[in-house]
Every structure is written in structure tokens, then in C-alpha cells.
Design a protein around this ligand. Sequence first.
Ligand code: FMN
Ligand code: SF4
Length: 427
Amino acid sequence: MGFDRVLTRNVGKPDSRKIDTYLAGGGYSAARKAVTSTPDEVVKIVSDSGLRGRGGAGFPTGKKWSFIPKNDTGQKFLCCNADESEPGTFKDRVLLEHDPHLLIDGMIVSAYAIQATRAFIYIRGEMHAAAKILEGAVAEAYARGFLGKKIFGSAFDLDITVYRGAGAYICGEETGLIESLEGKRGWPRIKPPFPAIKGLFGRPTVVNNVETLCCVPPILERGASWFASIGTPNNTGPKLYCVSGHVNRPGVYELPLGTPMMELLDQYAGGIWKGRTLKAVIPGGSSAAVLTAPECQALPLDFDSCGKAHTMLGSAGVIVMDDHTCMVDAALNVMRFYAHESCGQCTPCREGTTWVAKILNRDVHGQGLETDPDLLLDVCRNIEGRAICPLADGAVAPVASIIRKFRSEFDHHVKHKSCDLGKAAVA
Ligand SMILES: Cc1cc2nc3c(=O)[nH]c(=O)nc-3n(C[C@H](O)[C@H](O)[C@H](O)COP(=O)(O)O)c2cc1C
Ligand code: SF4
């Protein structure tokens, strides 16, 4: 437990969200340093650090920034994705509520790197407290001259606006977010063109996650090689892991990328609750494939290792299920969410998620058919890869993996019209 916290270093300090607290810890030195460097130098240091996006896909941040066309002198935008709606994910909220100036510092550096003079923080509608805190922090930064015209005495201008969403999961998908910011329904766009070429109001745009942007100031303060020395090769830096479900101490834990799953669960999250045993884990927010307890044993929690285990680190929302969990019910729980949140543009996603939820519902309630597991897998196959955005694949991954890895529970539900765990069917 000897890791010095980087992203959450101010969490727990009195008045951690105030600008004076942030400045007292050396805050805004990253932004000052950035505006006296060239944008290319800033992109290079972030590329050299190996930082990969913390929003879900793990895309290299410096590389994303380098896609912004350099010969285009018109308006460019930076959008901070603070929508955080993935089930099991609650890390960005900690940063927003406890250290909003770390985010603003990171946004100044990132906006400068891509030469965006307008930036938005798109925050999830339900996060009332965080939105108020952010608005206060942005006002403090303007009052000190850290935002607005010619910031830190440089030639660079930057305005940041806090924009509140209305609580739709799909507005966390970057092009759904952009549509919503433009005042339209949050319907994802077909890519290409990617936002770096044609984003907000048709202009070059970078969308980055809150945690990604909060990694940027420490990289400028302490250097690319320091950041790259944390974690595992190709998976560098500190990471916020959200642990929820059947553990003794659920919460957000900051650890190096690549921390072994069982170390996170046993040493930090206090082990499985009520003296029970581990049954399964969804490691990356509900859009990731499930892992059985044996698959968790030697797994480092980083992007590449999770990929090799046929799941994903995603948003690092580690959802833990003990041996009393009905996996058919777990599959229904997850699919109900996606059926509700599908934006409805694509037929396979809109209809498929709804039908899978309906079939799972009859299975849970003891009215399933012997053919249901195969039927469910068939419907899943017809959703996957046949839709505009990754919500559809994210809906299929947990459910299809639960059916494949816990099929005997489905068969038991059909045969006995009740749960494997002896619960009576609610027919
Ligand atoms: C359905 C869906 C929901 C998403 N929700 C979020 C979210 O709440 N926050 C987030 O940062 N990224 C979310 N993403 C990923 C974004 O599309 C995008 O990849 C991310 O904001 C990029 O930031 P990064 O490069 O810093 O990781 C979501 C993606 C999908 C498909
Ligand atoms: S995949 Fe689903 S959520 Fe994504 S655009 Fe299509 S219908 Fe909407």
C-alpha cells in the first residue's frame, strides 16, 4: 500500500476544491509551463508519457491530439467528458467534487496543445453538486486571470463553459455528447469523419475524459519518464479503480495501472463480504465481458492484459459478484439498462436489446425455454458490429459472456423454474 497518490493527492484536504489550496500545492504550474512552450512540445511530452485515455477505449492521448489539423487556423474545441454514466463507474465524480482545479489546469494544457480557445465541460445531469463546484472553480480561475484573454500573460485565450446534460447514458459517447452540446438530441454520429476533423459545430474537436485530463498536469510537472515509470509497459500512469458490489470496502482506489485484480479486491477493497467467495467480476464498467473467479486470479488490471483476457479495462468500474449471485438475474439487470438507454437510431441495437431483456426476464421468472440460451446468443450475434456506436457491442459483451460462462444456471432456471441458488421462481 506504498503508492503515493497523484490524481487524488488533494482529496481529503480541507477546502480541497478552493483555488488557494490548489495553488498552495504548486497548482497551475503545469498551465504556466504549457503556455511558455510550443503546442508541439506539449503534445510530445504527453505522447512520451504513454498516457492512454481513461474514458473507456484507452486510446493514446498525445496521438489523439496530434490528429487535429495544424494548417487549419479556424476555431477548434476541447470537450471534457464528465458524463460518467457507465454502471459501476464513479471515479470522475471524486475528481470533480474534490479537486476541480486539477481538471481546469489539465484543460488549459490540453486546449493549448491543440490550440483550442473554447472548451466545454459536459457534465452528467444528475451531478448537481459537482456542477455547482465546477462552476465555482471556473469562476475562481477567471477571477485570477487563469482563464479568459491572454492567460498567464501569454498570447493564448481560453474560455471554459460548464454545460449540464440531462442524464442520458448515450451522451457520454463522444459524438452523442457533441450533438447534445450543439443543442440537438444526443444521437451518435457515423464515423468517419472523426471529431478531430469534424467535431463540435463541424470544427476540429478533441473529447477527453475527466481522469485523462487530470493526468496531464502531473505529467508536465514531473516529466514524461516519471509518468511512464508507473504501471506496466504500454499501460502507464496512476489509475482510479472503482470497486462496487460484494466487497467489504467498496470505493475508489488510486493505484498504478496493472495492479493485480486480487490485490485490489483483497488488500484494498477488504475482500468478499459476509465471508462468502468470489464468483465473477465485470472489470471495466457494465459494458465489459464477465470474468469467472479463476480468470481473475492472475489478472493485472491494465488495458492490454484485460484485452488478452477477452474483456476490457474500460472505465475501470470493477463490479464484484459473490457466490450468492444469480447470473441470469445479473444478465437481465445489465440488459435492462442498455435496452432503456439505447438511443434507438439503429434497429439491431433498439430491437435487439429489448428482445434480449424480454427473453432474460422470462428466464429469471421461471418461464424460459430450453432453447433460450442459444436464441439469446443468436440475437446477440445479430446486434454485435451492426450498429453506429459501441453501445450495442457493450450491451452484448457482458450478457453473451455470462451465457457462455454460466450456462448451467440458465439450464437450471428452465428445468427447475427457479434459480440455481434455490430462490423460488416468481412465476
Ligand atoms: C455508450 C457510451 C458511453 C460512454 N460514456 C462515457 C462517459 O461517460 N465518459 C467518458 O469519458 N467516456 C465515455 N465514453 C467514451 C467516449 O466516447 C470517448 O471515447 C471518451 O470520452 C474519450 O476520452 P479519452 O480519450 O480521454 O478516454 C462512452 C462511450 C460509449 C460508447
Ligand atoms: S448503437 Fe444503439 S445507442 Fe448507438 S447509435 Fe445505434 S441505437 Fe443508438
